[in-house]
Design a protein around this ligand. Structure first.
Ligand code: HSE
Length: 419
């Protein structure tokens, strides 16, 4: 067994997660890890910890040779990047929960871990309390991962649950998510899908070794979901969730996106409510597995930081094995999506782009259609996000080339034509 290291922690940030970690560490003396200093911006603010551990001078931590672990749990991704990179270069191991910062600089941070030989762990950054990153790294460390789909943002899941099950309006539900400490300080990051997309970048790296950015991702949040969408969901026994999805296609490449979806009751994600997150993984031999746990909040997030700190005692590092495989996976644009689209004016919908339309309902104020459309008709396009249009993926949403031929045959034979 590797020898245990004594951990002396310097922490940046004492907000929801930082204070949670401080309290948890006091209750886990067996870990042999102690917080020596905490760097904060506002030293005048009253804190629930002895005044002598606080400093506003970052070098009190970054240049202290006794401190060997940096915990970075601040809100400012620019400052977070400076702290994390300096700490690694100064020979310290780092635990971070800053998903935005990590996803924006992932390639560089991976290189920096290699060149410094130090470790950067970030289990808390995706799905908070659910140990998904380390499982993807260690347990699913081969190329047999068929698919992963997940609810990765607690606030939006909380808001959707409160709106559809307790009939709160959007504003009330968001306010509650903010009061409970789930939402980002800029809640746009949650409701417009950015936070989830940042997390999806990290999960893609550990699922398939794909290092990308949110600029190359098809994603959206929940702000366009409206009453008609909710009624359609209810009438069909479906729920609406914001879901990230990646799947290995027949061509060996990976389909990936993060969008609102109609979720069926037979899907494990249907029962993931409030601030909980859930991850469904399908792999070659183990078949389907489901991870479930709190995806936001002080102690659930701090528990993942604590677990990373524990792993550092044994010198644990991510190996990014899938990224380093000789046939690294690639993202694909060559597939179709089965979508529900509700809209006010058909003139704003490019009907000709659809491969097939299976349902069509027109109403006085809003209408909707369900159909199959190429991924490329949505990717880097914004017609489906503007003019009060709402796009929600249908169940069984990925349609591949071979299935498309079947679909075409079906719609032509329905129309009484031969092919
Ligand atoms: N705002 C984030 C969420 C916090 O709601 O999921 C946890 O990352």
């Amino acid at each position: 067994m590797a020898s245990e290291k004594n951990l002396v922690i310097g922490m940046f940030g004492f907000g929801v997660v930082g204070e949670g970690l401080y309290k948890i560490l006091k209750q886990t003396p067996s870990l042999k890890a102690s917080i020596k200093k905490v760097c904060i911006k506002d030293t005048k603010k009253k804190r629930n910890a002895p005044a002598e551990i606080f400093t506003s001078e970052k070098d009190d931590i970054l240049l202290d040779p006794e401190i060997n672990v940096i915990v970075e749990v601040i809100n400012d991704s620019k400052a977070g990047y400076e702290i994390v990179t300096t700490a690694l270069k100064n020979g310290k191991d780092v635990v971070s929960a800053s998903k935005k910062m990590l996803s924006e600089h992932l390639a560089e941070l991976i290189e920096l871990q290699e060149s410094t030989g130090r470790s950067l762990l970030y289990e808390a950054s995706s799905c908070a309390s659910i140990p998904v990153i380390r499982n993807l790294e260690e347990y699913y460390d081969n190329d047999l991962l068929h698919s992963i789909k997940a609810i990765v943002n607690g606030s939006t899941n909380f808001i959707l649950t409160k709106m559809f099950e307790e009939h709160l309006n959007f504003k009330e539900a968001l306010l509650l998510a903010q009061q409970l400490g789930f939402a980002e300080s800029d809640p746009k990051l949650d409701i417009e899908g950015y936070d989830a997309a940042h997390k999806w970048v990290l999960l893609l790296a550990h699922s398939y070794g794909i290092i990308t950015s949110i600029d190359n991702m098809l994603f959206n949040g929940i702000t366009q979901i409206n009453e008609l969408d909710a009624k359609v969901a209810q009438s069909r026994g479906l729920s609406i969730k914001l879901v990230g999805q990646a799947k290995k296609l027949y061509n060996g490449k990976i389909a990936s996106f993060l969008l609102p979806q109609f979720v069926e009751q037979t899907d494990q994600l249907y029962f993931v409510k409030n601030e909980y997150n859930g991850v469904v993984i399908e792999s070659g031999f183990s078949d389907k597995q489901f991870f479930y746990g709190k995806g936001a909040g002080s102690f659930p997030t701090a528990s993942a930081v604590l677990s990373d700190i524990g792993a550092l005692r044994y010198g644990y590092r991510y190996e990014y094995k899938k990224k380093n495989q000789h046939t690294a996976a690639q993202l694909s644009n060559d597939f179709h999506l089965r979508v529900f689209i509700s809209f006010e004016d058909l003139g704003n919908i490019p009907k000709d782009e659809f491969e097939s339309i299976e349902e069509w309902h027109s109403g006085n104020e809003r209408s909707y259609l369900i159909g199959t459309i190429p991924f490329t008709a949505l990717y880097k396009k914004d017609w489906w996000k503007t003019n009060n249009t709402s796009l929600i993926l249908m169940p069984n949403n990925i349609v591949e080339h071979t299935e498309l031929i079947e679909l075409k045959k079906m719609s032509l034979s329905l129309a009484g034509l031969e092919i």
